[in-house]
Ligand binder design. Structure first.
Ligand SMILES: COc1ccc(-c2ccn(C[C@@H](O)CN3CCOCC3)n2)cc1OC1CCCC1
Ligand SMILES: [Zn+2]
Length: 352
C-alpha cells in the first residue's frame, strides 16, 4: 500500500499541500496543519521535512517504519493544552527553518541534521502538562525516577528511545552503530539543554562562544554573501553547542511568531499553568508563579517573559546569523508593544 503524500491519510490533502508549501517559512500556521492533517501535525511536518531534505534516501530509511515511529511518537504526546504534539511539530518546523539559514549552509553533517530534527520531535513527548517543580513538590514517581534532575526532559528522551526499540518503528535500522551512537548522543544533549534550569548557563556561554565563531567565519575573497556567511566548525562539540542553542531558541520561539499565532500559544500555556495552579490549590500546596488563575496578569507575565528570557536569547542568536533573524526580533518587539498597549488600554478602560 502506498504511503500518503504527507504521511497520514486526510480528506484535506489539497489544503495540506498548500500549507506545506510554507514548510520552509517562519510564518507556517501549525494550527491549520494540525486541523488539515487530522491532528497529525507532528507526523506530517516531520515526514515532509525528511522528504524535502532527502533524509529518507541518505539514511536508507523505510518510509513505512518512519511513519510507524512518527504516528506512535505523536500518540504518546498527551492531550494537554500547550505541551502537546502541535508544540512538538511547531518546534520541529522552527528548527528546520533555522537550519536553512545561509550561515549554516556548510556547517552541519546530515547526521547532525537528522539528530536535531529528531530531538525537536521528541523533546516533550509524554509531557503531563505540569512543571518539573510540581512533580518534585508532589513526590511524583517521575521525580523519584530521575532524582529531581531535569525530570521531564529525561522522561521524554527515555520514552522516545523506548519507542525506537519497537521493530516496525526502528526507522534508523540502516544507520551504522557509530551513527546510531552519535544520533543518540546529540539528541540527549539537545533535549537536556531545553531544561529552563540550564538557561542561565546557555546565556553565559553564548556570548563568548559566538564571538569566537564570528572570528572564524570564512571571509571569502569575493563579496558573495552566502560564502561570506557560512560558519565552518571543525569540532563536533562546537556544532552540538550550536544545535543545543538552536533547539532552546525554537522551544522559546512563540513570541517571535505573528501575533495571531503567538496569542494562541499564550492561551494554551496559561490554560496549562492555571490547571496546575488549580491542582496545587486543591492539594493545599503553594501555588506556583503565574499559575494562579485568580491573580493572573497574563499581559504582564508575557512582557516579563519576553524581556527576561526570549528577547535576550534571540538577540544573541540573531547577532550570530545577522542579518537572517531580523523578522523574529521585529515580531518580538511588536508583540511586546501589543501587550503593553493592552495594559495601557486596560487602565484607561478602568478609568471610564
Ligand atoms: C507563550 O508563553 C510561553 C511559552 C513557553 C513557555 C515556556 C516556559 C518554559 N518553557 C520551556 C520548557 O517547556 C522546556 N521543556 C520542559 C519539559 O521538558 C522538555 C523541555 N517554555 C512559557 C510561556 O509563558 C509563561 C507563562 C507566562 C510567562 C511565562
Ligand atoms: Zn518544548
Amino acid at each position: 500500500d502506498t504511503i500518503p503524500r504527507f504521511g497520514t491519510e486526510t480528506p484535506h490533502e489539497a489544503k495540506l499541500a498548500e500549507l506545506m508549501d510554507n514548510i520552509d517559512a517562519w510564518g507556517l500556521n501549525i494550527f491549520d496543519v494540525h486541523n488539515y492533517s487530522q491532528s497529525h501535525s507532528l507526523t506530517s511536518v516531520m515526514y515532509t521535512i525528511f522528504k524535502k531534505r532527502n533524509l529518507i534516501e541518505t539514511f536508507r530509511i523505510s518510509p513505512q517504519k518512519l511513519i510507524n515511529y512518527l504516528v506512535t511518537l505523536e500518540s504518546h504526546y498527551l492531550d494537554v493544552p500547550y505541551h502537546c504534539s502541535i508544540h512538538a511539530a511547531d518546534v520541529t518546523q522552527a528548527i528546520h527553518v533555522l537550519l536553512l539559514i545561509p550561515s549554516f549552509e556548510n556547517t552541519f553533517t546530515d547526521l547532525e541534521i537528522l539528530a536535531a530534527l529528531f530531538a525537536a520531535a521528541i523533546h516533550d513527548v509524554d509531557h503531563p502538562g505540569v512543571t518539573n517543580q510540581y512533580l518534585i513538590n508532589s513526590d511524583n514517581e517521575l521525580a523519584l525516577m530521575y532524582n529531581d534532575t531535569s525530570v521531564l526532559e529525561n522522561h521524554s528522551l527515555a520514552v522516545a528511545f523506548k519507542l525506537l526499540q519497537n521493530e516496525d518503528c526502528d526507522f534508523i535500522e540502516n544507520l551504522s552503530d557509530e551513527q546510531r551512537k552519535i544520533l543518540r548522543q546529540i539528541s540527549i544533549d539537545m533535549v537536556l539543554a531545553t531544561d529552563m534550569s540550564k538557561h542561565g548557563a546557555i546565556m553565559q556561554t553564548i556570548q563568548s562562544f559566538h564571538q569566537s565563531l564570528k572570528a572564524k567565519q570564512c571571509k571569502d575573497s569575493n563579496s558573495n554573501s552566502s560564502t561570506n556567511d557560512s560558519l565552518v566548525l571543525t569540532e563536533q562539540k562546537e556544532r552540538v553547542q550550536l544545535l543545543r542553542e538552536m533547539l532552546h531558541c525554537a522551544d522559546l520561539s512563540n513570541p517571535t511568531k505573528h501575533l495571531s499565532i503567538y496569542t494562541q500559544w499564550v492561551d494554551r500555556i496559561m490554560d496549562e499553568f492555571h490547571y496546575q495552579g488549580d491542582r496545587e490549590r486543591s492539594a493545599g500546596m503553594p501555588i506556583s508563579p503565574m499559575c494562579n488563575r485568580r491573580t493572573a496578569d497574563i499581559e504582564m507575565a508575557q512582557i516579563g517573559f519576553i524581556q527576561a528570557i526570549v528577547e535576550p536569547l534571540w538577540q544573541m542568536w540573531a547577532q550570530l546569523v545577522y542579518p537572517h533573524c531580523q523578522q523574529m526580533l521585529d515580531n518580538i518587539d511588536s508583540n511586546r508593544q501589543w501587550y503593553e498597549y493592552q495594559i495601557s488600554n486596560r487602565s484607561s478602560r478602568n478609568n471610564t
